[in-house]
Design a protein around this ligand. Structure first.
Ligand code: ADP
Ligand code: MG
Length: 644
């Protein structure tokens, strides 16, 4: 097999469908360009020059005819192979330079080398070397806005050369330059040609075309003149296989650093995007901490009561216990004392009343009970004694009060014992004051007890003989379950029907846990919705981002980025936003938790909510970042580059 020319166009046509009508920009163009040639393609505006260049540079495909590079038909190549050709074989120089204004000259030149997986250090060295060669050594850190048109165009030539292009495709490269800079650029192209680079120069200006060795003239999409190969020009050795090997995707490191620099450049927009995720994640973390804190708080209170207590209340099944249900009696309580392992059986009945000492009043709950109550609750006395079983059987008019009650009624609470207080037209002697238990976790006072013998209470305060509850203290937490069953059996037999509820704190714990868990998940899902809304915000901003950066995307693709590279870059940008937002959100969540814990609201610091929130935000990034990234990867580079 002999060597094939670098470029062979065989009867190539390109037509556009525009508003229903068909416009044919190229009509059966046949052209052969050898390696090492310097060809000018001339023609008036609209003659099809740019269309031809886009086809030559593999940004566009012919609608008819064949285009071969080193003998290989371009029609057979897939997107990634075409990207490899743009990356390694061709270098574009555009009329309007197409530099990225946010990058320095060096970064602009180095850009295409990202897609050939050159290391950052090597990219920068090569870019600096090329810029130095083109006379811009002292301009490498300048941004395009700080450079003249001629300098910018030289930067774009350097960019075209960074991956060692065989062919430079320059579309009206002097079109935007003054004549002196134009001459300089043409001299540069001529010297590159001498070094062996194939140059295809597109221009409408015959004076510019003179710099080339060969002129090809287009008119209405057809070649009307071709000066042919320059006589005496030795062809360079041509290879048979072009570089169409697909390149691996850009490294994640490169994509990450591109993501960070683009997020930094648009920091305000980034911040707004982050805010959605931050608030969502912080809300999830805070809500779950509050829910969990509430649960642990209630559980702690139950624990404080004791896990070996069994409480019996009237009612059961479908009977509600709120009314005065006449089922539990003092005899029931006595009957329950026979149960093995029941340490104390404390009957209880309470009602509200006002007690008075001289001019001082105390209104609150009056509880009638037996000494068992005192032992069951593990209470202690600070003064005096608790009433005895004898007091109970003799209907003694005695009272034991809590610390708060003593403070309310007496000038000096230490002189309470022995005094007489008045309640419902009867006098009671204070025989003891309970040791202060302080406020419980919920903030309510636990020292407001007023206790009298159940018998005395039944006679003088409550009016009716029924109990509001019976509390049994089991010898151990393990014994509680067995006692619960026995108590229910005894009472059911005594009453002839099941009309009481027997509960251990275990079942209470279960019920509380269940309701609190439901509450926690409810709060979390409300917060989750805000995270979802944050995700939609990310998608929205990323879509705007893609529309705004069309030109950049087009340029990246023209210089060799594969659609997969663009997809990766934009996906990673979305992930970075969400991961950053998730991280800051967790910190903010903890700050909020800490702040509210200062207002004696119970919160729990657990590992689950932050982990959950973080992964949710990551998933949000993956889900909502995909559509914008996909849109970016599918952009047509020609349209994208035309964007101003
Ligand atoms: P030149 O670069 O020589 O000025 P072009 O190659 O840009 O010419 O355009 C050649 C012809 O094709 C023109 O008539 C132009 O209107 C038409 N054309 C170019 N691009 C498109 C397109 N995307 N859709 C429809 N018509 C187009
Ligand atoms: Mg043009």
């Amino acid at each position: 097999m002999g060597s094939s020319p670098l470029i062979t166009l065989d009867n190539v046509s390109r037509s556009y469908q525009s508003e229903g009508a068909e416009v044919t920009a190229l009509k059966g163009v046949s052209l052969t360009i050898h390696k090492g040639e310097f060809v000018a393609i001339m023609g008036q505006s609209g003659s099809g020059k740019s269309t031809l260049m886009n086809i030559l540079g593999c940004l566009d495909k012919p609608t008819a005819g064949t285009y071969r590079i080193h003998g290989r038909s371009v029609a057979e190549l897939n997107d990634n192979q075409l990207a490899a050709l743009r990356l390694k074989t061709f270098g574009f120089v555009f009329q309007r330079y197409q530099l990225l204004s946010t990058l320095t000259a060096q970064q602009n030149v180095a850009l295409p080398a990202i897609y050939s997986n050159t290391s950052e250090a090597e990219r920068n060295t090569n870019a600096a070397r090329l810029l130095g060669k083109l006379g811009l050594a002292d301009r490498i850190l300048h941004r395009p806005g700080e450079l003249s048109g001629g300098q910018q165009q030289r930067v774009s030539v350097a960019r075209a050369l960074i991956n060692g292009a065989e062919v430079i495709l320059a579309d009206e490269p002097t079109g935007a330059l003054d004549s002196a800079s134009g001459e300089q650029l043409l001299a540069l192209l001529t010297s590159l040609h001498r070094e062996g680079v194939t140059i295809i120069l597109i221009t409408h200006d015959p004076a510019v075309a003179e710099h080339a060795q060969r002129q090809v003239k287009l008119l209405d999409g057809e070649i009307v003149e071709d000066t042919g190969v320059h006589p005496g020009e030795p062809f360079l050795v041509e290879r048979d296989s072009p570089v169409v090997a697909e390149f691996p995707s850009i490294s994640t490191g490169a994509a990450l650093s591109m993501a960070f620099s683009s997020l930094r450049l648009n920091w305000f927009r980034t911040l707004l995007t982050l805010l959605g995720i931050i608030i969502g994640v912080a809300a999830v973390v805070t809500m779950m901490a509050i829910g969990e804190g509430g649960k642990q708080d209630v559980l702690k209170r139950i624990e404080a009561i004791g896990t070996n207590l069994i409480s019996i209340r009237p009612g059961g099944g479908n009977i509600r216990s709120s009314g005065d249900i006449a089922s539990l009696t003092l005899d029931d309580a006595n009957a329950l004392e026979q149960i093995d392992g029941a340490l104390y059986v404390a009957p209880e009945r309470s009602s509200r009343a006002t007690i008075r000492y001289t001019d001082n009043d105390f209104s609150g709950r009056i509880t009638g009970t037996t000494p068992a109550y005192f032992y069951a609750k593990d209470w202690e006395m600070s003064q005096g004694v608790f009433f005895t079983n004898d007091d109970v059987t003799s209907y003694a008019p005695v009272v034991v009060i809590g610390d708060t009650v003593a403070e309310t009624l007496f000038e000096d609470k230490y002189r309470a014992v022995g005094e007489y207080i008045l309640m419902k037209n009867a006098f009671y002697q204070v025989i003891g004051v309970l040791k202060s238990k302080g406020a419980n976790a919920g903030g309510s006072d636990m020292d407001d007890e007023v206790l009298i013998p159940i018998t005395t209470g039944r006679l003088k305060v409550f009016g009716r003989p029924y109990l509001s509850s019976i509390t049994i203290k089991a010898a151990s937490t393990e014994a509680a379950t067995a006692i619960q069953a026995q108590a229910l059996a005894i009472l059911t037999e005594r009453h002839g029907k099941e009309d009481v509820m027997v509960r251990t704190t275990d079942s209470l714990v279960e019920a509380v846990t269940e309701t609190q868990n439901t509450l926690t998940w409810l709060l979390a899902s409300v917060a989750g919705i805000s995270l979802f809304v944050g995700g939609i915000g990310v998608m929205n901003i990323m879509l705007v981002n893609v529309s705004e950066r069309k030109r950049e995307i087009g340029l990246r693709m023209a210089t060799g980025a594969k659609p997969g590279d663009i997809l990766k870059q934009f996906n990673i940008e979305a992930w970075v936003v969400c991961v950053l937002g998730g991280f800051v959100g967790i910190l903010l969540g903890y700050a909020v938790i800490f702040a509210i814990s200062q207002f004696s609201i119970s919160v729990a610091y657990t590992w689950l909510p932050p982990v959950l929130a973080f992964f949710t935000s990551l998933v949000v990034g993956v889900l909502f970042g995909f559509a914008p990234a996909h849109k970016a990867a599918r952009l047509n580079p020609i349209d994208a580059l035309a964007e101003e």
